[in-house]
Design a protein around this ligand. Structure first.
Ligand code: PMV
Length: 360
């Protein structure tokens, strides 16, 4: 599919100033995206739960300026001016400028805050980039009110993807697919789309409790990690496996078979980290406490028949995924057995959410 249709034509009149505000959530992948090509295009399809509580709120103030030779913006994180965010935003603006030709016409003040503690080790790039992309789409909508709701969502995801790949999955709620898959209608490498098939009720209220194992800077960024999938000895098999796992998940989502879900989700998490272990240079993002937690989950499941499972993103933190009807037992399990492995005894309770929301 062509990216041409995401280019805003220049002929419209621009507002002189304004303010828009969005909140956008994080997401947790069940089938992982790891490996990219071209401009932030995924080497394999992925699917995630959109989260509810872990989110970024971004307010964008804009004012028309006379000098249109360069971008002009300031970034505030939690009310504090944060110049360290500027290079990332500039790069984002450079990438998306062709699709939003008004970017150099305005001075922007970007005010952003996260619902989760800063430097908690939870990546804010998915929620942050998607919130900013939605704000920019609100400006586009002011400029061209004829755009459809569907176009708005798709282009917001398309833009978010150019900021951070996984951000493409943070616009829509529930289960979101990103990356072309032959058996998933409308799936695209360019943007995320809502998972279009039947989903057993149990998955609509799934819980995700994030155990904060390590809040430090990652030793290897995900950008570097993605790039190490080029010439990786297992890359092609891994990409094929992701396609196969999405096929398998279709049946699991429909039937609500949690044992099969657990097996697939944990295998995906460990495969993601196996790709890191077998890259060259190789690296390890898991910590001893990550492994302690995984072992305790396995023992707990064996003892109790619980349907709790884990997944990991590109870091040491552990996401505990479980059905809503186990909420109390799992909280007890965390407090009795897992909290000892969390940094400062910290964890964040989340669940499946409904996607990005406009606030103003
Ligand atoms: O969005 P990025 O480039 O930070 O990549 C993140 C990839 C994983 O979180 C490891 C997996 C995924 O699909 O979200």
């Amino acid at each position: 599919m062509s990216t041409e249709r995401f280019i805003l034509k220049k002929s419209h009149e621009l507002p002189t100033n304004g303010k828009v505000s969005w909140e956008s959530p994080s997401n947790i992948a069940l089938v992982k995206y790891w490996g990219k090509y071209g401009e932030q295009l995924p080497k394999n399809p992925s699917v995630s739960f959109t989260l509810n509580n872990c989110k970024t709120t971004t307010t964008l103030l804009f004012e028309k300026k006379n000098d249109t030779t360069d971008f002009s913006f300031e970034v505030f994180l939690e009310e504090e001016k944060t110049p360290s965010f500027e290079p990332k935003i500039r790069k984002f603006f450079e990438r998306i400028q062709v699709y939003l030709p008004f970017l150099k016409d305005f001075h922007f003040v970007i005010k952003t805050s996260n619902s989760f503690p800063h430097s908690s080790g939870i990546a804010s790039s998915a929620s942050g980039m998607s919130a900013l992309a939605c704000c920019l789409m609100s400006i586009e909508k002011m400029i061209d009110s004829s755009i459809s709701a569907e176009y708005f969502q798709q282009k917001a995801s398309f833009l978010a993807r150019l900021g951070s790949g996984s951000a493409a999955r943070s616009i829509e709620g529930g289960l979101v697919v990103w990356g072309e898959h032959k058996n998933i209608d409308h799936s695209s490498n360019l943007y995320g789309t809502p998972y279009p098939y039947q989903i057993a009720d149990v998955f609509t209220t799934y819980q995700d409790t994030i155990l904060l194992v390590d809040k430090g800077e990652k030793v290897v960024s995900s950008t570097v990690g993605h790039n190490l999938m080029h010439n990786h000895p297992y890359a092609e098999n891994r990409f094929q496996q992701a396609h196969d796992n999405l096929d398998t998940l279709k049946t699991i989502f429909e039937e609500g078979n949690l044992d099969k879900f657990i097996n697939l989700v944990e295998s995906e998490a460990l495969t993601l980290h196996a790709m890191m272990l077998t890259s060259n240079p190789y690296f390890i993002l898991m910590k001893p406490n990550t492994l302690h937690i995984i072992n305790k989950i396995w023992s707990y499941r064996k003892e109790t028949g619980s349907k709790v499972c884990f997944t990991l993103d590109a870091g040491a933190n552990v996401h505990l995924l479980y059905p809503e009807n186990e909420k109390q037992q799992i909280l007890d399990f965390i407090n009795n057995q897992l909290i000892a492995h969390c940094q400062n005894a910290q964890y964040i309770c989340d669940n499946v959410g409904t996607g990005a929301k406009q606030l103003a």
